[in-house]
Design a protein around this ligand. Structure first.
Ligand SMILES: Nc1nc2c(ncn2[C@@H]2O[C@H](COP(=O)(O)OP(=O)(O)OP(=O)(O)O)[C@@H](O)[C@H]2O)c(=O)[nH]1
Ligand SMILES: [Mg+2]
Length: 302
């Protein structure tokens, strides 16, 4: 049997469902998902097997008009993921259609997509009627020569298997890139930090999630088979620290519990998770924070 292997980059506007699709393809949660935009900050690789094909999905940060330094690093990571991939899948939200943001991505694809297979996945089809979908598919195909169009619901699983089968056929022949049982290419300490950031993002309101970051400071394997994990939550202001902690520490306690439970399930063993909140007014300008996130720190104005 000939094996196949390749990289498939999922790109799209923030909230399009890229991480949800990555997880659906892999069959496990490797990338965090929230209802808020700009959840994913760096490229997250998830590995899926389809017959003799190993498809490495590259989940990317959403593409939007960057303003701040972190925005720019995220958008650069997303386009970089597309440029390195064998196949690009553009995800568009069915109910939002061709937004200004989608138009801008199509402009970018005119360049990055050259010489590459680019497919379209219209996601969240559970939210619209069939007529709307067909019109949207036609509109998008008039604007860009997609190799194929898929109508999917990443969340409900509709169309996901068809897309995976097609991708398995399209990726190049070659030896597998990862051991057969590996599902993610991200250090465990980073996955653990992402889980905590997801729980924080789900609980906090407004802009706050954007202004915090989580890092795993220490990971200690214990003799009884459990792990002790210490994480730091960086926030920018004293007031933010208060919000993250919550009244009598309720918020951080709930976040810690939810993150620990998910980690225990992921690792299949007991975890002791300790979170500490640190005020760091300038963390968004610190190169080390970016490397911890898996992002490139770009010089220039904030
Ligand atoms: N109704 C519906 N919601 C979906 C579907 N797929 C994803 N979602 C929801 O859309 C929201 C965003 O999903 P994500 O997977 O985090 O989106 P993303 O593209 O990774 O977003 P960023 O990381 O911010 O760029 C979440 O609330 C998902 O549950 C779908 O097929 N149908
Ligand atoms: Mg995401």
């Amino acid at each position: 049997m000939t094996t196949r292997a390749g990289f498939v980059a999922l790109i799209g506007e923030p909230n399009a469902g890229k991480s949800t699709l990555t997880n659906a393809m892999v069959g496990a949660k490797v990338s965090i998902v929230t209802h808020k935009v700009q959840t994913t900050r760096a490229r997250i690789r998830g590995v899926a097997m389809e017959g003799e094909a190993q498809i490495v999905f590259v989940d990317t940060p959403g593409l939007f008009r960057p303003r701040r330094r972190l925005d720019r690093a995220m958008v650069a990571a997303a386009w970089g993921g597309a440029a390195d991939a064998d196949i690009i899948v553009l995800m568009v939200e069915a109910h939002r259609g061709v937004t200004e943001g989608v138009e801008r991505i199509l402009e970018g694809l005119a360049d990055i997509g050259k010489g590459r297979t680019v497919a379209l996945a219209i996601n969240k089809i559970d939210r619209v009627r069939a007529e709307t979908l067909l019109a949207l598919a036609k509109d998008l195909n008039d604007r860009y020569p997609f190799a194929e169009t898929f109508m999917i619901s990443a969340e409900k699983g509709h169309g996901v298997a068809d897309l995976r089968k097609w991708l398995a056929k399209e990726i190049p022949e070659g030896p597998w890139l990862y051991p057969e049982d590996q599902i993610a290419d991200l250090p465990m300490r980073m996955i653990a930090a992402e889980m905590t950031r997801e729980k924080l993002t789900l609980r906090l309101h407004q802009e706050l999630p954007y202004q915090l970051t989580v890092e795993t400071e220490n990971w200690e394997e214990r003799k009884d088979g459990s792990a002790r994990i210490d994480q730091l939550v960086y926030v920018m202001r004293d007031g933010h620290k208060g919000i993250v902690l919550g009244h009598k520490g309720e918020t951080i306690k709930a976040v810690s519990k939810a993150a620990r439970e998910e980690l225990e399930e992921f690792l299949g063993r007991k975890v002791h998770l300790f979170l500490q909140v640190k005020v760091r007014p300038n963390w968004l300008e610190e190169a080390e924070r970016y490397s911890e996130m898996g992002l490139e720190f770009k010089d220039g104005n904030t």
